[in-house]
Design a protein around this ligand. Structure first.
Ligand code: AHR
Length: 480
C-alpha cells in the first residue's frame, strides 16, 4: 500500500478533547473503579485509586464527563454534598436498581479531575430536574463572589470555585432523559441554558442533547430551533455485533462478529458526515462542535455479572474499534470537537478493569496510549492506495510527524510505504497486536496485550517502508 504524505499541507487541528472519557454512576465505574473511599485498604489519595489515576494520566486524559448518561437526568446534585454520613441514599433505577449512597459527589468529582489534571464535563439534569436546580449547581461550582450557592460550597469546605469547561444540558432527552420530541427539547434547551450562567472569566461551553445514531430529524429540529444558543451538540453511537436486543459476547466470538463489530464502528463515518451536512445548513462557519460524548463497543455482559452493570471484557477487536473510530474523528476534525469513550473503568469499552486491588489495562487503553501524540496535532493530508483492512492517520505537531496504522485483517500483515515531502529522522515506534481475535488482558494474565517496540520499518530517503502485522495498531513518530 503506497501513501503520499503531503506533510507541508496542514489540515484542521485534531482537538485533544476527542480523547475524552466518560464515567457514570453505573456498575463499578465510579465506585470500586475510580473511587474506593479514604478508608479503603486499596491505595488511594482522598478516596481515588492511585493505580487507576496514574494509568489514566499516562494516556493524557484531557476531559472527563460525569455523572451520566441516563443517571444524569435522575441526579440531584444536592444529594451529593456535605458530610458523607448525611448524604441521601437513592436507588439507581437505570443501572441494576442498586443503592447509591452519594459518597461520590461534586467535591469528589473535582478532586478526581484535579488528580487527573483534566477538564470537567458536567452533564446537567433536564429530565427530572428544575431550571433552578441546574442554575444553582452552576452557581455552586463556578461562582467566586458572594452568593447563596458559593456560601454553601464554602460551608462544605471549598473556598475557591472550580472550572467547568463543558456543561451538557440533558442527556439522551429523546430516550432515558425524558422521551421528548426534538421540538420540545429544543425549546427546553433554550430555557435551561439561559440559566447556565457565566460567572467567572472561564466561559462554560454549553452542549445540547443531540441525536441517537441516525436520527437526522432530531439534529435538524434542534439545530434549527436552538442552534444559536449552543456551543456543541452531542451524538451517540455504539458499535454492536448485530441487533441491539442480541448483543454478541466479548470473548469466544465468531469470525463474522469480528467483521460486524468493525462495520458497525465504521458507521460513525457516515453518521458524522450526514449530521455535519445538516449542521452546515444552520452553522456554515462550523462554530458549533459535534460532541460524540458516548461511543465504543457495547457487547454482552460477562457471564455471571449483574446485567445492569454493563461489565464486558475488552479484546484486540475492541482495540480495532478504538483505532478505527479515532481515525474517523481525526478525518472529521473540522466538526468533531470532543468525544468521550464509554466508559473509563469496568463499564462497556473501558480503558481499565479492576477486581479488588488488582487492575489491568485493556487493549483499548493501549490504543489511547499509542494515539496520544495526535492530541492537538494538525491533520496531514495524505492519499494513495485504498485497502479494505487498513485505517490510518497522519498528523503533525511542530516538527513531529505521527503516523498511526490499524491493520484489522485477521490473517494478513500489510506492507506500507509512506512517501513524504522531506527526509525524516526516526523518533519512536510502538505497537500492539493480537494472535487470536479475542486476545485480551485478564487478572491472571495482565500483559498478554501490551505495548511493544516496533522494529519492522526502514527509512530510505523520503520513504518510510513498514510491515504491520494482522490485528495490530502501530504508531511511528518521525522528526521532519
Ligand atoms: O453508557 C451507557 C448508557 O448508554 C448511558 O447511560 C446512556 O446515555 C446511553 O444510553
Amino acid at each position: 500500500m503506497n501513501i503520499q504524505v503531503l506533510n507541508n499541507k496542514n489540515g484542521p487541528t485534531i482537538s485533544k478533547y476527542i480523547y475524552g472519557h466518560f464515567a457514570e454512576h453505573l456498575g463499578r465505574c465510579i465506585y470500586e473503579g475510580l473511587y474506593v473511599g479514604e478508608e479503603s485498604s486499596i491505595p488511594n489519595v482522598n478516596g481515588m485509586r492511585i493505580d487507576v489515576v496514574e494509568a489514566l494520566k499516562n494516556i493524557d486524559i484531557p476531559v472527563l464527563r460525569w455523572p451520566g448518561g441516563c443517571f444524569a437526568d435522575e441526579y440531584h446534585w444536592k444529594d451529593g454534598i456535605g458530610p458523607k454520613e448525611n448524604r441521601k441514599k437513592i436507588v439507581n433505577t437505570h443501572w441494576g436498581g442498586v443503592t447509591e449512597n452519594n459518597h461520590f459527589g461534586t467535591h469528589e468529582f473535582f478532586e478526581l479531575t484535579k488528580q487527573l489534571g483534566c477538564e470537567a464535563y458536567i452533564n446537567g439534569n433536564v429530565g427530572s430536574g428544575t431550571v433552578q436546580e441546574m442554575q444553582e449547581w452552576v452557581e455552586y461550582m463556578t461562582m467566586d463572589g458572594e452568593s447563596p450557592m458559593s456560601a454553601l460550597r464554602k460551608a462544605n469546605g471549598r473556598e475557591d470555585s472550580w472550572k467547568v469547561k463543558f456543561f451538557g444540558v440533558g442527556n439522551e432527552s429523546w430516550g432515558c432523559g425524558g422521551n421528548m420530541r426534538p421540538e420540545y427539547y429544543a425549546d427546553l434547551y433554550r430555557r435551561y441554558q439561559t440559566y447556565v450562567r457565566q460567572y467567572g472569566s472561564d466561559r462554560i461551553y454549553k452542549i445540547a442533547c443531540g441525536p441517537n445514531i441516525d436520527d437526522y430529524h432530531w439534529m435538524e429540529e434542534v439545530m434549527k430551533i436552538a442552534g444559536p444558543w449552543m456551543d456543541g451538540i452531542s451524538l451517540h453511537h455504539y458499535a454492536l455485533t448485530g441487533a441491539w436486543e442480541d448483543k454478541g459476547p466479548a470473548l469466544n466470538f465468531k469470525e463474522e462478529h469480528w467483521w460486524s463489530l468493525i462495520s458497525s464502528a465504521y458507521k460513525m463515518d457516515e453518521l458524522i458526515a450526514k449530521h455535519s451536512t445538516i449542521m452546515d445548513k444552520y452553522d456554515p462557519e462550523k462554530r458549533v462542535g459535534l460532541i460524540v460524548d458516548e461511543w465504543g463497543s457495547w457487547l454482552a455482559v460477562e457471564p455471571g455479572t449483574n446485567p445492569g452493570f454493563l461489565y464486558q471484557q475488552n479484546t484486540i477487536r475492541d482495540a480495532m474499534v478504538a483505532a478505527i473510530t479515532l481515525n474517523i474523528f481525526h478525518k472529521h476534525a473540522e466538526r468533531v470537537y470532543m468525544a468521550n469513550i464509554a466508559q473509563t473503568v469496568n463499564v462497556l469499552q473501558s480503558m481499565i478493569l479492576t477486581e479488588g486491588e488488582k487492575m489491568v489495562k485493556t487493549p483499548s487503553y493501549y490504543v489511547f496510549e499509542l494515539y496520544k501524540k495526535h492530541q492537538d496535532g494538525e491533520l496531514i493530508d495524505s492519499y494513495g492506495d485504498k485497502n479494505d483492512t487498513v485505517s490510518y492517520t497522519v498528523s503533525k505537531k511542530e516538527n513531529q510527524l505521527t503516523i498511526s496504522i490499524c491493520n484489522y485483517s485477521l490473517t494478513s500483515s500489510e506492507d506500507l510505504t509512506f512517501t513524504l515531502d522531506a527526509v525524516p529522522q526516526f523518533q519512536e515506534a510502538n505497537y500492539i497486536a493480537g494472535e487470536k481475535m479475542d486476545d485480551h488482558n485478564d487478572f491472571d494474565q495482565a500483559e498478554r496485550i501490551r505495548l511493544l517496540a516496533f522494529t519492522n520499518y526502514e527509512i530510505k530517503e523520503n520513504k518510510v517502508n513498514m510491515t504491520v502485522p494482522a490485528m495490530s495498531v502501530t504508531t511511528l513518530t518521525l522528526e521532519i
